[in-house]
Design a protein around this ligand. Structure first.
Ligand code: SIN
Length: 542
């Protein structure tokens, strides 16, 4: 550690930033062998995990196997899933469920659920549509019992050794002062960047702080253009928008336009991949000039709504709607940000001493489109794998190999300085509405260029945390726009109306790196070829 750092808090071996399933899985895997602490800006358990209504996918049913699960994961990912990562994560899925049960998660007994894109029934739920809340409750209790120190704190930046050769700690804002925490390894588990969009299911905490700090620390990031829009974010005027889980459509709920007509005449099409359903809804909204569609959950029936969908039912009742009798306003909503810090399936980044797990990471599991209920799974599995690695190294994270980046895609020095005396300024609300317009469900080159111009407007000056968050959001917004503009094709969750098909040349991931001069370099990362699945296996899984 460089001696010049003036620490005002005890150093630790491992500092985990974020308290969702991924971060807490790392922390629990390290005690009592290493000194570990958890900081989270929203306080313990306040991120996306506790809101997750889907379950956890695992091949635990009769006749299922992790190879089938990996094959479904790759099929959803539209050519960009790293098959080795899919193999590693799905192989440990059953073990992850068993471990969570031992830690106190009360999973629902009985039939497994089959969700969109899964060839088998393999989704494990807890308390119906409250899986994330139950996982969060049990893990927080276990972490407290294990005596892991947890504190509320905002990650202002990572501390780097000279030349950004390694991460050596973090600067944390505790609400009244800045603290430096030294650590052999910092594990980012800060969640995604869903708050960049005006309509999102991601909580306020998801402003991409961990991802932006990793960029500033020299880490490579990948796949920023891939953002999964969920068809049924509930439009009750709240931020974030509560999710109406896809399982409702699996149980018979139908999508209707603002005029009451079905979005798809064939009910099976209501359960097509999320990007396809979201575009159909966006089209209907455009035709009708409406801000939302409806989810008609009346066919599900009062009894099933109460037993299987208590979170959805309570949310509707909270605004005076009875979903057994009334349609619920919904719209496509940014739900999961697939891009993140480039890692391997152990959570290692391209910078020694820095790891990333969960939604902040881009492990390559999700490719261009995430399979339902694979995100809690990824957090739990890679979190444990990261902990095992750290135990074997005494707490020091080795780097993964970097990708070759060779083309400048953005110059950050060019932002925030355009002379516009008295003209518009960029604040959080403006940024979010511009992202919705330019980088939403359907994108095109012109809209992305317009978005990029908007994101170089001077930024309003805000003190402390709101100011740091806004700066992070502007940085990430510009890089999402640049990545989406450069990918001249449609693939998975990234739809370009001006390039409506996929192109084989684009079967690559885009990796970005922020240089110290403010230039952002980009390169294409080849995706390993999938191991061919035997025809008999492929048939059985379809
Ligand atoms: C849902 O329940 O519809 C969302 C689950 C997920 O995003 O994996």
């Amino acid at each position: 550690m460089p001696a010049k750092l003036n620490r005002v808090m005890d150093d630790v071996d491992v500092l985990v930033v974020g308290s969702g399933v991924a971060g807490l899985s790392v922390a629990l895997g390290l005690v009592p062998h290493l000194r570990v602490a958890v900081v989270a800006k929203e306080g313990a358990g306040g991120g996306s995990t506790q809101l997750a209504q889907g379950g956890i996918a695992a091949a635990v049913g009769p006749g299922d196997s992790s190879a089938f699960h990996a094959a479904d994961t790759m099929a959803a990912a539209a050519g960009l899933c790293d098959p080795l990562v899919a193999q590693d994560v799905t192989a440990e899925a059953a073990e992850a469920i068993a471990l969570l049960s031992r830690l106190g998660v009360r999973f629902d007994q009985g039939a497994l659920a089959r969700e969109g894109g899964h060839g088998r029934a393999r989704v494990v739920h807890a308390k119906g549509d409250a899986t994330g809340a139950e996982v969060s409750r049990a893990l927080l209790q276990a972490v407290r019992q294990a005596g892991v120190p947890m504190a509320r704190g905002f990650l202002v930046d990572l501390l780097s050794s000279p030349g950004r050769e390694a991460t050596v700690g973090a600067v944390i804002w505790d609400g009244s002062r800045l603290r430096e925490v030294g650590a052999r390894t910092v594990v980012l588990a800060t969640g995604g960047y869903g708050q960049l969009w005006a309509r999102t299911t991601s909580p306020e905490a998801c402003s991409g702080d961990g991802l932006a700090a990793a960029l500033r620390a020299g880490a490579q990031v990948a796949d920023l253009e891939f953002v999964q829009f969920h068809p049924t974010g509930m439009d009750f005027g709240t931020d974030p928008r509560p999710l109406a889980t896809e399982a409702l459509r699996g149980a018979g709920a139908r999508l209707r336009g603002a005029d009451g007509g079905f979005i798809n005449d064939d009910p099976a099409l209501d359960l097509a991949p999320r990007d396809v359903v979201s575009r159909a809804m966006a089209r209907r909204m455009g035709e009708l000039g409406a801000k939302y569609c409806y989810l008609d959950a009346t066919p599900v029936g009062e009894a099933v709504l109460a037993t299987h969908f208590p979170t959805f039912t309570a949310t509707c009742q909270g605004v005076g709607l009875d979903p057994a009798k009334q349609w619920v306003p919904v719209a496509p909503t940014a739900h999961y940000t697939i891009g993140g810090v480039l890692t391997d399936s152990l959570g290692c980044t391209t910078v020694p001493g820095l790891m990333a797990v969960g939604e902040v990471a881009s492990s390559g599991l999700h490719g261009a489109n995430r399979l339902a209920s694979n995100s809690l799974l990824e957090g739990a599995v890679i979190g444990r794998r990261a902990a095992r690695l750290l135990l074997s190294t005494g707490g020091t994270a080795p780097p993964r190999p970097p990708a070759r980046v060779n083309e400048v895609v953005e110059h950050l020095g060019a932002g925030g300085t355009r002379a516009n005396q008295g003209g518009p300024r960029l604040d959080r609300a403006r940024l979010r509405s511009q992202m919705e317009l330019g980088a939403g469900v359907s994108r095109d080159g012109e809209g992305l260029q317009r978005l990029s111009r908007q994101l170089t407007l001077p930024v309003v000056a805000l003190p402390f945390q709101p100011g740091w968050e806004l700066a992070n959001m502007v940085l990430l917004g510009r890089l999402v726009a640049a990545s989406a503009a450069r990918r001249c094709e449609s693939r998975g969750a990234h739809w370009r109306a001006d390039y409506p098909s996929s192109h084989p040349d684009w079967r690559v991931r885009q990796v970005l790196q922020l240089e110290t001069n403010g230039e952002v370099a980009v390169g294409n990362l080849e995706v390993p070829q999938p191991v061919p699945v035997a025809p008999a296996l492929a048939r059985a899984s379809s």
